[in-house]
Design a protein around this ligand. Sequence first.
Ligand code: GLN
Length: 312
Amino acid sequence: DLEIVPSQFLGFLKDLHSKYKSVQEGAVANYIPELAKVNPDLFSICVVTVDGQLYEVGDYEQLFTIQSMSKVFAYGLALEDHGRDYILTRVGVEPTGDAFNAIILDEQSKRPYNPMVNAGAIATTSLIKGSGATERLNRMLDMFRRYIGHDVFVDISVFTSERSTGHRNRAMAHLMFNFGMIDQNIEEALDLYFQQCAVMVNCRDLAVMAATLANRGTNPITGEQAVDSHYIKDILSVMYTCGMYNFAGEWAYKVGIPAKSGICGGIFAVVPHQMGIAVFSPLLDARGNSVRGVKVCEELSQHLALHLFECS
Ligand code: GLN
């Protein structure tokens, strides 16, 4: 088992932070107008262990919208609402090898490929139970609260920005409606999807969420159960194979732990039964993954020998 010496580990994270702070490659996301305003220099790294130790470096209290990282948690809620078998009939578990916003469905089943790309995430979110839009939103927000340990809010300007420009996502939703993969009101499903993407978190929150998944679904700080442990393996499997989009294979090979990125510049990774890791840095590579985030996770994984298939 992994031994973390607290004083040394924080020093290691500080060194990682100063080493990669100078990396200026990549660009901030600009297809959502409000997101283009982010300060590209922001940078934070947080680790939370399953016994509740917290290590944080940099701008770890800076709030940003969770974006695609929300897909992981929405998938968990949909699984709890309907069970594994039903969810599998509506959203696949196959990586696409394509960009996160590709407009593709499985030829035969007409399902979106997996819940980590936009199409699959919109279908997943449309399955969240509740009588009416408000109850569905409140159930979603309460789910995030359990993972994070405090109330969360939706950034209204990011939500509005995305709703008024998200025609590509709207097109996917209509395509899936056509094939019976979405049954509720299309605009309502999209609203909830855009709201879930606009939930505000900081890097520490993300690491606590990751640690909750590492800790069989129980938040290691509050002790509250955020998701049924029965579904942890489903969630982590799709993160492992699909969480980094068309970089998922290379990530699995090099870093070797389940992770999810978002267009905001966040990445969180889960080391089962050990810790949650989160990095925030808004400069993105061509696939939409944080440049510094990928580098930090690669080095952390090597340093602590975190790769799931590590034998040495
Ligand atoms: N809200 C964004 C979208 O739907 C999420 C994409 C992402 O973070 N990769 O386009």
